[in-house]
Write a protein that binds this ligand. Structure first.
Ligand SMILES: [Ca+2]
Ligand SMILES: [Ca+2]
Length: 587
């Protein structure tokens, strides 16, 4: 008996000598893009454990070492004070599936090196919008295990007293179908649709050839229209119904009075209302419709009349805004005057100055009419704010830069200003990123970790892509890619923030269908809002374990301040993934 034990121990001992036990274990201290890398692009992992010395990249089975290197000197994370080292294996270019191994610590999640590495993510993020479609059944053919009945036909939507007009008195109904669920809830908001649609249509305007080559598994995949535009149309058609034909004004949102419970869409049948028209809704709508008129113009045969309808709708909304410049949406004030109270997402805004700039620029670019260009001061100061739903000014600069060759002389004379604005933002983002613990533009400042910080990272990526388009300087493209690495795992919490894409991803997003459908895996292709320094205070979900700004993230469905999903977060993910794919050969 003893002899057998000795023999077994010797056998196990010899196994240990061949492959140390640590190399068998995934170490969460190794943070990298959990999907992988382009062959000719930078490849970096960040190690957040106290270790130094060598690292190796091996085949996924651990049998063959394909790269050996040394960890960098340690850098201090300015937010947490913790140290980090990097493992740079950029010169490994051979396609394959690998793990990064640190003796004594363990191995990374598996990753691949291959061309088109983010192609599935780009298509998957567009598909994420399909899963948000209202008013249509999602059959198994397209939705797989997440198939579900249609919800919210929205063919009988009440006019809320705040939205009453002579031709549409309170309590009468309109039909306002289609569109996407905004986020984890089931309402539809024009302001948030604004930046979302602007971003998606810009993917197409910036990379039309690549978009035409993309295939997304949606019901319209076999028609003549690029699938990205098919998906965008689902929401565009809804937006058109939100304009009152009598005066051109646009209802701020289509909503329940209160949020639904955690039920499936077809079980959420509370009354729906359109509420007060607002100036931000009108201007965001005008910008989107003007851009849509350009984008859909070449598809007149497939979509007769659509581009003209968009163009007319844009002008009417602009004119309404000119007559109602002070109509900011104020839900508290509205609830003091009208019944029922509406307590869903407000998307309120203190200033429409930026919405004026975006709408003016898009209307100008579509109509080539200088009066839009000169209607507002497009360059009120030197700032180039990162786009977000209440701050859309920089979207104007992106569009002006994109269509610079088609502008009138009036616009062309300002091109140096447009370029300077974009480069100021991009330069500030890439400056000193190599001193940052994770070598990303994201997280240089603790103020990046706000509600929806994943969209901050993605929108920073877009700004850097815009700068690359203007300059062809690879540093901008590398910095944009670094933020994609951030989103897919190279960050202080070790999550890939996209459901279903990566090894450690959110499993419990604040997303009603994912909670209510009885399927373990959440709906895929959705970008979690991500790390948010103030999340615990904002959603009071139990379970947060830290207050360090870049570490506050909780994969729980009550954590709507760190783990909800939203269309305005998925759209910049679509942009970044698509742009990186379209530009990968330009290195
Ligand atoms: Ca199609
Ligand atoms: Ca604003």
């Amino acid at each position: 008996m003893l002899r057998i034990i000795v023999a077994v121990s010797l056998f196990i001992g010899s196994l240990f000598r061949i492959e140390p036990v640590s190399a068998q274990t995934v170490s969460e201290a190794i943070r990298l893009n959990q999907i992988g890398f382009y062959p000719n692009a930078p490849k970096v992992a960040i190690i957040v454990a106290a270790t130094d010395g060598p690292f190796q990249v091996t085949t996924a089975d651990g049998r063959r070492v394909v790269y050996s290197g040394s960890l960098s000197e340690s850098r201090t994370n300015a937010i947490s004070g913790k140290t980090a080292r990097s493992a740079d294996f950029s010169t490994l270019r051979t396609p394959g599936t690998y793990v990064l191994v640190i003796p004594g610590l363990g191995k990374s999640y598996p990753f691949s090196i291959q061309a088109n590495i983010h192609q599935k993510l780009a298509a998957g993020a567009i598909k994420g919008f399909y899963y948000q479609r209202t008013a249509i059944e999602l059959p198994e053919t397209y939705a797989g295990i997440w198939h579900r009945p249609a919800g919210h036909p929205d063919t009988r939507v009440l006019i809320h007293p705040s939205a009453a007009s002579a031709t549409r008195p309170a309590g009468t109904t309109i039909s306002s179908p289609l569109g996407w669920y905004d986020a984890g809830d089931y309402n539809k908001y024009i302001v948030n649709s604004g930046i979302t649609m602007g971003t998606l249509l810009s993917v197409y305007e910036d990379f039309p050839d690549y978009c035409r080559s993309m295939a997304v598994s949606i019901p319209e995949r076999t028609n003549q229209l690029p699938d990205l535009l098919d998906e965008s149309l689902w929401n565009l058609r809804w937006m058109l119904t939100m304009q009152d034909p009598a005066d051109g004004g646009v209802y701020h949102k289509l909503t329940n009075a209160r949020f639904d419970g955690m039920v499936m869409p077809d079980k959420a049948t509370a009354d729906r209302y359109v509420v007060q028209k607002s100036v931000t809704a009108a201007l965001d709508f005008a910008a989107v419709m003007a851009q849509a008129a350009r984008v859909f113009r070449p598809f007149t045969r497939e979509l007769p009349g659509l581009a003209d309808s968009c163009s007319t709708a844009a002008v009417k909304a602009w004119q309404w805004a000119k007559q109602n410049p002070d109509a900011l949406y104020n839900q508290d004030a509205l609830n003091k005057s009208f019944e029922p109270d509406v307590v869903t997402g407000t998307y309120g805004d203190r200033s429409a100055a930026d919405e004026w700039i975006w709408a003016a620029a898009e209307l100008y670019l579509t109509t080539k009419d200088d009066t839009y260009y000169t209607a507002v001061n497009l360059f009120p100061d030197e700032n180039t704010p990162l786009p977000s739903w209440p701050m859309v000014r920089t979207l104007a600069y992106y569009s002006l830069a994109r269509l610079s060759k088609q502008m009138t002389p009036r616009g062309q004379q300002d091109l140096p200003k447009v370029k300077a604005h974009i480069l100021r933002l991009a330069d500030q983002l890439k400056q000193d990123r190599n001193k940052q613990a994770f070598l990303t533009p994201m997280g240089k400042s603790a103020s990046d970790y706000i509600w929806g910080s994943s969209a901050v990272a993605a929108n920073q990526g877009i700004a850097l892509i815009q700068a690359f388009r203007l300059t062809n300087q690879g540093e901008y493209l590398d910095a944009a890619l670094a933020n994609m690495d951030y989103l897919l795992g190279r960050n202080a919490v070790g999550y890939s923030f996209v459901t279903g894409f990566g090894s450690k991803t959110p499993l419990h997003p604040h997303h009603r269908p994912s909670v209510a459908d009885g399927i373990d895996a959440p709906v895929p292709g959705l970008l979690s809002g991500g790390t948010n320094a103030n999340a615990a205070r904002q959603d009071k979900c139990p379970g947060y374990t830290t207050t360090v700004a870049d570490e506050v993230f909780l994969d729980a469905d009550c954590s709507y301040a760190s783990n909800e999903i939203a269309i305005n977060w998925n759209a910049p993910l679509v942009y970044l993934a698509t742009a990186l794919e379209a530009l990968q050969k330009k290195r």
